[in-house]
Write a protein that binds this ligand. Structure first.
Ligand code: OOG
Ligand code: MG
Length: 259
């Protein structure tokens, strides 16, 4: 078996068994590069596809200046959302299915036409976007204490765990998505807030960057993809009983309960 596949299985077993593991770069492969990390991620995606799981779309991560600075990088990362990760709006997220989950508020795009890089711009993305909708992403790094390097988190499918999409779809041209205000509340208390511009200046720019990164491996953003563009708010730790609400100006509210 290739080492990439072994590392992917290491991470998948941590996800399935709901236990945190030591990061790959701690001793399994200290010299893991970003490029190799995407190979591990691809193996992880293949494992899930072979199990019959269906891909919902790619997602972007580390799109805010705060997170990029924290990780000391100047480019976001991507991962993939699968059907088994979806929770209905107003639904429940059982804590026993997670390791140490956090929630963040994001704007999602429903893509109407294929978008192929390189050289894609935010304006081109908007022209090919069918709808935008609000979302709450539950991230759950498989690594101890969310402690990882950039290659570690790429290999771990960018910490993706669960997603709650809002139920109202809006046409993107109705909005200035960079100016859309967002609050993230837990049990009625605002934990963080922000605006769409927190995501590389504009959420459409995030999708453009994604298309340009996918082009490096001969892939593209596809018609029908539902894409999380990256956290607008910081990620907030979840605990049992939390009632979580993300309110997005003009786009509606997304909620779930931790059970
Ligand atoms: C990586 C997850 C990144 C986002 O929106 O920035 C991500 C992490 O912080 O664990 O989903
Ligand atoms: Mg995210």
């Amino acid at each position: 078996m290739s080492q990439y596949k072994e590392l992917a299985e290491y991470l998948v077993s941590a996800e399935v068994e709901k236990r945190e593991v030591v990061k790959i770069t701690a001793n399994l492969k200290p010299d893991l590069t970003v490029e190799e990390a995407y190979h591990v991620q691809q193996e992880l995606v293949n494992i899930k596809l072979n199990e019959g799981k269906r891909m919902v779309g790619p997602k972007m991560g580390l799109t805010s200046h705060a997170k990029m600075k924290q990780m000391n990088v100047n480019e976001p990362i991507y991962g993939y959302v699968f059907d088994y990760m979806l929770i209905e709006n107003g639904g429940q997220v059982p804590l026993h299915e997670q390791i140490h989950p956090k929630v963040e508020a994001e704007i999602a795009f429903v893509i109407g036409e294929d978008i192929e890089g390189p050289g894609v711009t935010g304006a081109q993305v908007l022209a090919k976007t069918q709808y935008v909708l609000p979302a709450l992403e539950i991230i759950d790094s498989r690594y101890e204490n969310f402690n990882f390097t950039l290659p570690d988190v790429i290999a771990d499918n960018a910490s993706t765990s669960r997603v709650v999409f809002g139920t109202s779809l809006k046409k993107p041209e109705q909005f200035e998505l960079d100016l859309v205000g967002v609050t993230l509340s837990i049990n009625g208390e605002i934990k963080d807030l922000g605006a769409g511009a927190a995501v590389v200046g504009h959420p459409a720019h995030s999708v453009a960057m994604l298309a340009n990164m996918l082009a490096r491996k001969g892939e593209k953003v596809r018609k029908g993809d539902v894409i999380l563009t990256g956290g607008i708010t910081g990620a907030v730790m979840l605990k049992y009983g939390d009632v979580v609400s993300g309110k997005f100006e003009g786009l509606g509210e997304v909620t779930f309960t931790v059970t």
